[in-house]
Ligand binder design. Sequence first.
Ligand code: HEC
Length: 191
Amino acid sequence: MRTLIAAIMAATAMASGHPAIAADDIEARVEASRAVAKDFAQTLQQALQTALATDGPVAAIEVCNVAAPAIAAQQSSAHGWQVGRTSLKPRNPANTPDAWQRTVLTRFETEKAAGKPMAALESWEVVDVDGKPAFRYMKAIPTGEVCLSCHGSNLVPDLTAKLAALYPADQATGYTLGDIRGAFTVTQPLP
Ligand code: HEC
């Protein structure tokens, strides 16, 4: 009987295109994704705070413009995963969510509205990406005080000018403290 159930489960997994993934493997992938998101957040926040304190917000744009994609690229190649940030209102069009990411971001907004704490807004799933199975993970990024100088309302004119020059399609302003600014996203291709 057990063999039969295993055979049916294997057949179902094959039919869905996903190999049967053990629960402990999923757990390890969640942990690894959390670690990557935390590392991304801390590295960027430190660089941002130093730049804001020493050079001010206009110069600090360089940190987000150059350092954020660089951290994402470094982490992606270190793990062989796709690591990045996305948002329902992206500043950089390169961070536009795909269909799966958009669904998760929208669900985060609903969950937050229903009172779920920001720290608990994370999600993972095994889905097909370009016809191949992948483990996908997302974690919400809160809007903190330090973010408002570049993502809030009434930005200083110099900053607005520099952002407009770099990001003509910028949607990432008008946020208030505690809003969901976006999410970290990790895609791990599965063997
Ligand atoms: C000095 C200005 C500045 C500050 C301060 C700042 N950001 Fe940004 N942010 C940017 C720029 C510029 C980009 C576009 C980066 C790129 O090209 O990938 C960006 C992009 C992002 C993105 C990626 C999605 C998108 O909109 O393209 C997220 C998420 C984000 N910021 C969150 C934050 C959070 C959270 C904080 C506070 C901890 C913060 N930012 C503070 C300038 C800033």
